[in-house]
Structure formats: structure tokens, C-alpha cells
Design a binder for this molecule. Sequence first.
Ligand code: NCD
Ligand code: ZN
Length: 343
Amino acid sequence: MKTITITRPDDMHLHVRNGALLKTVLPYTAKQFARAIIMPNLKQPVVSVEQALVYREEIIAALPASWAFTPLMTLYLTASTSIDEIKNAAESEYVHAFKLYPAGATTHSDSGVADIKAIYPLFAAMEKYGIPLLIHGEVTDAECDIFDRERVFIDTYLIDIVKEFPNLRVVLEHVTTAEAVQFVESVDVNVAATITPQHLLYNRNALLVGGIRPHNYCLPVLKREQHRQALVKAATSGNPKFFLGTDSAPHLTELKENACGCAGCFSAPIAMELYAQAFESANALDKLEGFASFFGADFYSLPRNTGTITLEKIDWEIPANYQENAISITPFKALEVLNWKIA
Ligand code: NCD
Ligand code: ZN
């Protein structure tokens, strides 16, 4: 049987939620990844170091006994974040970044930032104290077409942020366009990007052809095929500016299969398998380890992991759903056949 063994990977963009949902989804990530950058967009956003430490304890308590997994916490940036909190966060060994959500851009982003220019003093403090800024890069203007929102965000905000704060470490999260790839490639080493499995595998036809597919809906929304190809090229290029971030974002099945379905693909149980499939299709399995296990750790100045994982080339069917007590979550690509499996 064909197998590949790589250093244990990290997921540098992950939603694990809290409460019962956390308990249901966390083991799937902990099985695949050594560490994950935990997104702070809970219903009650994680805005202080103190809250992040409480959330971190909840995550650790939700892990099956003796499983080794390290949550890397982030704070939700708001217009009222203080310079002191930025300093605290930078000094905390458990907090690794701030996340900027433009207000209204995605799930639980109501407390996000409405006026990005107004928080430049906060970017200056992050630059000074050396803590990374993670960005959901989409404008929210009602008149901006949803397929243009990432590109317009780059032109309207990101070019200026990177110019004003050249030493600020920035991750443009879940890039979806050729323009985003080109932007990240063209600027300084301080600017990197995460790429999700769904944006490597699918273009926007996967949302609409043959019927509407709520489980393929996430934000930023899937784009045209030319953009998917640019993302595959970036991910498989060996350029350390591009690294793995699943953006696995579980929602209950009933909230996805809904007249107003939630944005987010639950990919955690099959994440490495999906990336292996995408890299194999590009004849680039030899580039998977850098993307999945090295470049993210290097960007965050974390030691590289020591253990390994092995993927086997074998066909298996993704379950229809993951169920526990009252919770049912439909995974990305439910009931489809995958051709890789974690050993
Ligand atoms: C994420 C979620 O549900 O929290 N949804 C998504 O579609 N990616 C939020 C986000 O990262 O935009
Ligand atoms: Zn996300």
C-alpha cells in the first residue's frame, strides 16, 4: 500500500466552539494535529487574556484523557481593545495572535471592527510588542459583490496596513483569490496566508451546480476555477508564506440545511486526507510536509513538532454525520469517497 509519513502537522486556523459542540468536535482535530490556532469568535467573543485562559482550560478539559494537543489561543480584536491588553497578550505564553473581523463579515462578527483606520494605534502596539495580526480579509459594504469582497479588502485596507506597519506580522486568513496570492507573494516576509482544503478542492460550481449545497458554503465564499488553481499553485510551491489552516467551522446540520444557512465547512475529521488529495492531484505530495508541519510553526516562532503521522492510500466513505447526544454535524464531503486515510 502507498503511504506517506510526515512530521505531525498543525492547524493554523480552527474553530472548535465551546460547550457540547467543543466536546464533540475537538477529538477529531487532536487526532490529526499537534497544535491549532483557536479562533476567538465564540458567541461571547474572547477579548481578554483572562477569557482566553478560561477558554483554554475548557478546551484542555474536553480532550480525551492523555491525548497530546496544544491549543494556541487568540484574542478577538475590537474597537475597545486596550494597548495594555495587547501588551498582556504578547507577554502571555498561551496567546499567540489577535484576530480582526470586519464587523458583520462572518459568523459571530458583530463585535468586530467597523472602522479599521480608527484602530491603527492598536496595529502599532501589535507591531511594537511583536504579536501577529490575523485578518478575515473581506469588506462588508452592502454594495460590494460577495465574490469581490476579498480583493476589495486588499485594495482598500491591507495594502495600506502593510505599508504603515512594515514589522507587523500579518496572516491573511483563508485566502480564496489569485489577487490574494499575488499580494502575499509580493510583500515582505512578515505577511503570510492560510489556505483551507475546500478552497484547494472546489470552485464555486460546488455551491450551485445540480442543486444548492449548504455544506460547501463558507466565508470567504468559494471562487472561480482560476482562483482555485492559483491557490493550489501557492500551497504546493514550497513558499513558506503559505501554510495550512483548515478553517474547520462546525455548525449543527439543521443550521446549515436552513433557509438562511450558516457559513462554515466542518472538515476536522478528514482534514489531512483532503490536503493529501489536493497535493496529490497537483503531483506535489513532496510539498505537503512543509505546508502542513513546518511553515506555520516557523511563522509563529514555535518549535517544529517531533512526532509523525502516516497517511495510507485507501478508499473509504466519509460518514453522513458525526453525532453525539443532541448534536449532529454534517461534515464537508459527507458520503463521498476519500482516497487517503490517516493510519
Ligand atoms: C467561520 C465560523 O463559522 O466561525 N465560518 C466560515 O465560513 N469560515 C468564521 C470564519 O472564519 O469566517
Ligand atoms: Zn475561520
